[in-house]
Design a protein around this ligand. Structure first.
Ligand SMILES: [Mn+2]
Length: 349
């Protein structure tokens, strides 16, 4: 029996707001799947029901160009802004199996010697009918679902997570591979003969999602092999710590960045007034303009009138500058900030 190769991804969150970005990643994923027999999407392909309405056609157009099966399981984001609308409003491409019906569905594409047991997200209800689990057919079995696996991975997710997959489903389905989605960091683990896998979000969806984004190339044979495929188009989320007024912003220009990156500048420090701060922020914006996909400044700047004119402040900055090369940037930044905060307290008394 020939090995089956799957391209598994989740949490792409295609949105109108970031249309070019999300569609370019989808393109990259479909190209990466050219060596595979099928694509499996474990939910949150779209960021919301409205995004699904707006971009269904171009997304289906891309999938239609992939002449092999695409198994698409609904996630919680497909339900956002859904209102009284229905998923039946969408007509999938011929090769796309879109599963949104609550409970277990079994998809067995003719071209594959594999069956997909799919449990989509359904609001307020993660129950399933054990009788719906198909009898063992001799085919390889892939479980597809969107949620946090209960009892095992809750610590990866928010406390108020309402998308939970019961571990008993996994036990009942007894799959070779569990293609999961919802948790935005990537990991996989073998448990009771099944390889459980979250590929992580395939784009940077929000700040804090650091590290390269990926999808998974899965080979199902006598054993299950999982390989992470990194997505260049997704870029990365990066954070830089800057002390306003004290840091040499031009040294920041050396930061290793790609055009797809999302950069957050954490701005600390004490400035004389709001105008000085906004001028400093403007310089940062100019420095990174056209170098990243998205830039935001996390502004934690504090103020003290004429702070920069005090002799002791000037002395402190000079001393700090003299020892700059002896320390790593983070340590130096922390020491600088601590000193400035203490000076501010002294001076404002
Ligand atoms: Mn989700």
């Amino acid at each position: 029996m020939k090995n089956l190769a799957l391209l598994h991804f989740a949490d792409l969150h295609v949105s109108e707001k970031e249309r070019d970005y999300s569609m370019s990643i989808l393109n990259e994923i479909i190209n990466a799947a050219s060596s595979c027999d099928a694509i499996v999407i474990a939910g949150d392909l779209f960021d919301s029901f409205s995004d699904m309405s707006a971009l269904w056609k171009p997304v289906m157009g891309l999938f239609a160009s992939y002449d092999r099966p695409v198994i698409y399981c609904a996630g919680n984001h497909e339900y956002l802004e859904k209102g009284k609308h229905s998923f039946s409003e969408f007509l999938p491409a011929d090769n796309v199996f879109f599963v949104s019906e609550p409970g277990l569905s079994v998809i067995s594409p003719d071209s594959l010697d594999t069956e997909f047991v799919v449990l989509p997200f359904y609001p307020g209800d993660s129950s399933f009918d054990a009788a719906a689990v198909p009898d063992f057919s001799g085919k390889k079995r892939v479980f597809v679902s969107h949620g946090t696996l209960g009892g095992m991975y809750e610590f990866f997710s928010n406390e108020d997570d309402f998308a939970v997959i019961s571990p008993s489903v996994l036990e009942a389905v007894s799959a070779d591979y569990a293609a999961l989605g919802h948790i935005h960091s990537a990991f996989y683990q073998k448990k009771d003969g099944c390889v459980l896998c979250y590929p992580g979000s395939s784009r940077v969806w929000r700040k804090g999602e650091s590290g390269k984004r990926s999808c998974m190339r899965v080979s199902l044979g006598t054993s299950v092999e999982v390989e992470r495929v990194f997505l260049d188009e997704a870029g990365e989320w990066k954070e830089l710590s800057v002390i306003a007024g004290a840091d040499d912003i031009f040294s920041l220009a050396d930061t290793d960045l790609s055009l797809s990156d999302y950069l957050t500048i954490r701005l600390d420090g004490i400035m004389d007034n709001m105008q000085a701060a906004s001028e400093f922020k403007k310089k940062i914006e100019e420095l990174f303009a056209g170098r990243v996909r998205k830039l935001d400044i996390d502004d934690n700047v504090d103020y003290l009138s004429k702070m920069s004119e005090y002799r002791i402040v000037k002395l402190f900055l000079k001393k700090m500058d003299d020892i700059k090369d002896k320390y790593d940037k983070d340590t130096w930044n922390r020491a600088l900030l601590k000193g400035l905060l203490e000076l501010k307290q002294e001076l404002s008394q």
